[in-house]
Design a protein around this ligand. Structure first.
Ligand SMILES: [Mn+2]
Length: 337
């Protein structure tokens, strides 16, 4: 695909892009860094950029203090992730992808000093925590920014790279269902399919395959959910339920989406109990309530329509905090209209 069809918003590139390109050209060793609970955008972006840099003769490591989620193991290079810094050169630059601040990468990457950090991201409120920052908040996915970089480096978009980047875009647009799947993003996706991205495999893995236990738990969640009069649709998953089916939080991917789909739901909330008895809260919005603000008020973060936070148990207290926070944001938005 040509640089013209592949490149992102021309207006947004320019100054921010050039220093990052120079850093990528001038350094030899790179470590790709993902946020905790890695998703298709952070991993697809990392593998795509890693593949491109390796094609330039650079040394690339993929640091991941997690397993690659089952549904993303088909990605090229997914088998190369490592949990240690073994054999990483002391001069390496660390590329933090898809996170608003360095703490999202977790404890194992907290030591990396700013002068060795490249920050590539699209989250609102990104802290520009790198010595180099390529941040475009209007981009639908970090993968779009990685596509900019690879194209600007003059490298070909191979079918492997295209599959990684299309995974990033499909993942962050909810398979093109969210409003960020705008004409520009759809054109980029088309160009990636044209370059050989395996769209059918990506969709099959991300949206049409669920674990047995995940599907069983979805049934329970749908049986138990509550829809309040003011449009909050919520449910919870206990450790006991996870244990009953031998499931983990990974099996609950997009269960909250099934709550959001309920008619009259404005905000969907799923509370997932962790082994330490705290609760991981996932929030989804129909598009009128900004759940990023809700999550921030609870110490978390995310996007307008999809966000999350961690709440202390027990469950009734966590539910009350969640409901209070959602209602406070609904009230604030009513006042500002
Ligand atoms: Mn993202």
């Amino acid at each position: 695909m040509s640089a013209r069809t592949a490149s992102s918003n021309g207006a947004a590139t320019g100054t921010a892009l050039e220093p990052v390109l120079s850093a990528l050209r001038e350094h030899q060793h790179f470590v790709m860094c993902a946020h905790e609970k890695p998703d298709g955008d952070v991993l697809g972006s990392g593998f795509a950029l890693g593949l491109a840099l390796r094609a330039l003769g650079k040394t690339v490591h993929y640091f991941l203090d997690d397993e690659v989620p089952r549904n993303l193991r088909f990605l090229p290079d997914a088998e190369l992730t490592q949990r240690s810094f073994d054999s990483v050169d002391a001069r390496a630059l660390y590329i933090f992808l898809d996170m608003s601040d360095q703490s999202r990468a977790g404890e194992p990457l907290a030591w990396v000093p700013r002068e060795r950090v490249i920050d590539i991201d699209h989250h609102l409120g990104n802290q520009r925590f790198g010595a180099w920052n390529y941040v475009i908040e209007s981009a639908a996915a970090t993968g779009v920014l990685v596509l900019d970089l690879i194209t600007a480096l003059g490298l070909p978009i191979t079918s492997s790279i295209a599959t990684c980047l299309l995974t990033a875009i499909i993942s962050d647009t909810g398979c093109f269902m969210y409003s960020n799947a705008d004409p520009h993003t759809l054109r980029l996706a088309a160009a990636l399919v044209n370059a050989g991205a395996d769209k059918d495999r990506i969709v099959e893995q991300l949206y049409q395959t669920r674990s047995f236990s995940g599907q069983k738990i979805l049934g329970r969640v749908l049986d138990d959910f509550v829809l309040t009069g003011d449009g909050i649709c919520y449910s919870s998953v206990s450790q006991a339920l996870l244990e009953e089916f031998g499931a983990t939080h990974e099996d609950l991917e997009d269960v909250v989406g099934a709550l959001r789909a309920v008619d009259h739901c404005e905000v969907a909330a799923l509370l997932k109990e962790s082994p330490d008895r705290s609760y991981r809260l996932s929030l989804r919005s129909r598009g009128r309530v900004n759940v990023m603000e809700v999550a921030k008020s609870l110490g978390g973060g995310g996007h307008f329509r999809a966000a999350g936070a961690t709440l202390e148990g027990p469950l009734p207290a966590a539910l009350e905090r969640m409901l209070d926070a959602v209602r406070a944001e609904m009230a604030a938005e009513r006042r500002s209209k």
